[in-house]
Design a protein around this ligand. Structure first.
Ligand SMILES: Nc1ncnc2c1ncn2[C@@H]1O[C@H](COP(=O)(O)OP(=O)(O)OP(=O)(O)O)[C@@H](O)[C@H]1O
Ligand SMILES: [Mg+2]
Length: 222
């Protein structure tokens, strides 16, 4: 898509380009899913459309569950562009990286608080049967006292504890690789999860242990 001159390319991910600009006078982030040349064009079109739809649905469901997510201003299925409210904050990945490098007790307390907020967000969406599908610390943004969830292209709806457990497993794997030695982070996340998902967290956490054990077995077999 051709954007106005004031639009700046912010990031180029594996699936999408992220631009910053203004739309109807508001600061926006545009997520443009670009064509993957290694995929058959028809398949590529189908996948991109599905992800665009999943993203719009996921954001709306998330907000309806009381979890902060950017507002969707406009979706263009032809160019696969989504215009989103800009959240003027930092990813939890960046925040953890800088806070964990410090040894000040205040910074380490802040890490705990942020990890707790991740758990609360995931607990709330799971209580509402929303599965994110790609939980990593770069998909949480912190602005003020709020933790926002973003990047819903792989989201789905499911009541199955197994699907929720796999969602948690993806997050745990991402934490281990991005923030090594993060046992304390994970403990806080689980505390936040149990706190905000009172009716169902136990069942999911039992499943999570099974999923984890399957994962270990796979690693051992190679
Ligand atoms: N609404 C928003 N407000 C502010 N920044 C945003 C917003 N949406 C996305 N970003 C920034 O762009 C990055 C990538 O966005 P997103 O995760 O939605 O796309 P992606 O293609 O899946 O990227 P990746 O492959 O890095 O996960 C985010 O980590 C965040 O830094
Ligand atoms: Mg992302």
């Amino acid at each position: 898509m051709d954007f106005p001159q004031d639009y700046k390319l912010l990031k180029q991910g594996a699936e999408a380009k992220i631009y910053k600009g203004t739309f109807l006078g508001r600061p926006v982030v545009v997520k443009e899913r670009f064509r993957k040349t290694y995929r058959h064009p028809d398949l590529d079109e189908t996948i991109s459309k599905e992800r665009l739809k999943a993203e719009a649905r996921g954001i709306l469901r998330c907000k309806a569950l009381g979890v902060p997510a950017p507002a969707v201003y406009y979706v263009d299925p032809d160019t696969k562009c989504m215009f989103l409210e800009e959240i003027d904050g930092s990813t939890l990945k960046d925040l953890f990286t800088s806070l964990l490098a410090s040894s000040s007790p205040d910074d380490l307390n802040q890490v705990k608080l942020l990890a707790l907020s991740i758990g609360e967000v995931v607990g709330k969406i799971h209580a509402g049967h929303l599965i994110h599908g790609d939980l990593t610390t770069s998909n949480f943004l912190r602005h003020g006292f709020k933790t926002y969830l973003i990047d819903f292209g792989l989201s789905s709806v499911s009541t199955l504890p197994e699907d929720k457990a796999v969602d948690l497993y993806v997050l745990e794997r991402a934490l281990v690789s991005t923030h090594p030695g993060c046992d304390d982070l994970w403990t806080q996340i689980l505390a936040g999860y149990s706190k905000s998902y009172t009716g169902g967290s136990k069942e999911v956490l039992n499943k999570f242990k099974e999923v984890q054990a399957r994962g270990r077995k796979r690693t051992m077999v190679g």
